[in-house]
Design a protein around this ligand. Structure first.
Ligand SMILES: Cc1cc2nc3c(=O)[nH]c(=O)nc-3n(C[C@H](O)[C@H](O)[C@H](O)COP(=O)(O)O)c2cc1C
Length: 350
């Protein structure tokens, strides 16, 4: 198979393997957190406002569809559907990595541009790896008229892939991209989480938005291992930071930059807990892709509709009229998270 087709084939395999390994269970750590209900909520369900700003645009809900796909025929279908849902619910949507567009623009551009065509006024993010240069990053932004650029850090994933990168000099390049491109830049992981030290490095070079993309849902060590017939590196999972641990890691930086939470989001309660932990908005990839792969678009729409309705119910339970009120709900951490925070010398919210 020519190398170009291998890159497209890899994206197709990611879709297939994400579904194969999808489980309703999350390992993101949300079970270790409890929110206390408010027996005197003093509010009407109708008054609850779920709207929130995503970077600089008002969105209807504090959730977004995180990076998934592009490049193949299958991706085109999913990107059309993701964009239609994003448009319908007025929530942000991201493309999958556009490296394949930079290498094969004519062959793959439609699979990405459908994100904007089907969501003309919405918040769309272009997604690239940390090794593209600033002109290439700008080309991906231009194709989508993107409102923001996501740069993904995927060192573990590359190392597990036999054909993956072996050179990881990214910081100076990210700094250059942040300084030169026309839109805000979000730096994200791909499911292994960001540590406090990494967030500190990113902050130092001028990054203002990070997405922790922690462990607990889609697992690229597992996915790439399934494609890798050489050796088994599944133990690299245990190196990862769960989404909850990574949100704890972000606490010392939450007053300096905007933090998005993603990784292993399965329920509306996970979203509310992530917001309580300081997230500005909460991303999901595996969960929405699973619905689109297993069910129809209209069934997925019903799922999203029910999901956001449940967000409102949980907000009523904890007495929160707005997204910012969620941050006032009393929160309890289990012993292992208390111990984690203590060892990392981070003060947990109370
Ligand atoms: C099939 C699939 C492909 C993905 N491709 C990308 C990608 O190209 N770029 C990226 O930044 N993240 C990619 N991700 C990672 C997600 O954006 C997210 O960070 C990670 O899956 C954790 O979220 P989840 O548990 O909700 O899936 C992909 C996820 C899935 C399921």
């Amino acid at each position: 198979m020519p190398k170009q087709d291998e890159q497209i084939q890899r994206k197709v395999e990611h879709l297939f393997l994400a579904e194969k390994f999808f489980t309703d269970e999350s390992f993101a750590g949300f079970d270790g957190i409890r929110l206390l209900h408010n027996a005197l909520p003093e509010l009407s369900l109708d008054d609850i406002d779920l709207s929130t700003n995503f970077i600089d645009m008002k969105m209807n809900y504090p959730i977004y569809f995180n990076a998934i796909t592009g490049g193949s025929k299958q991706s085109t279908k999913f990107n059309i559907e993701l964009a239609q849902l994003a448009h319908k619910f007025k929530i942000p949507v991201s493309s999958g990595s556009m490296g394949v567009y930079l290498r094969l623009p004519e062959k793959t551009k439609d699979s990405f541009s459908v994100l904007r065509e089907n969501n003309p006024d919405g918040f769309v993010m272009a997604n690239v790896s940390a090794k593209v240069n600033s002109e290439q990053a700008q080309q991906t932004i231009d194709l989508l008229s993107a409102n923001a650029l996501q740069i993904h850090l995927n060192g573990i994933q590359e190392l597990v892939m036999p054909e993956g990168d072996r050179e990881f000099f990214w910081l100076a390049n990210i700094k250059d991209i942040v300084e030169k491109v026309s839109v805000p830049v979000v730096v994200k992981e791909v499911g292994f989480g960001l540590s406090r030290e990494t967030i500190a490095e990113l902050y130092k070079i001028g990054v203002k938005y990070v997405d922790v993309a922690g462990f607990g849902g889609t697992d690229f060590a597992q996915i790439e291992n399934a494609r890798n017939h050489g050796f088994d590196l599944t133990y690299l999972d245990r190196f990862s930071l769960s989404t909850v641990e990574s949100m704890i890691e972000s606490i010392p930086y939450q007053d300096k930059l905007t933090v998005f939470a993603s990784g292993g989001i399965r329920t509306p309660m996970d979203v509310i807990k992530a917001l309580r932990m300081g997230a500005s908005s909460v991303g999901m990839s595996g969960l929405i892709l699973h619905h689109l792969q297993k069910y129809s678009l209209s069934e997925t729409e019903m799922f999203v509709h029910a999901f956001v309705k449940q967000l409102k119910i949980i907000m009523a339970v904890i007495g929160a009229k707005s997204i910012s009120d969620i941050k006032k709900a009393p929160i309890i951490f289990d012993e292992s998270l208390v111990n984690y925070a203590k060892q990392r010398q981070i003060v947990l919210p109370s």
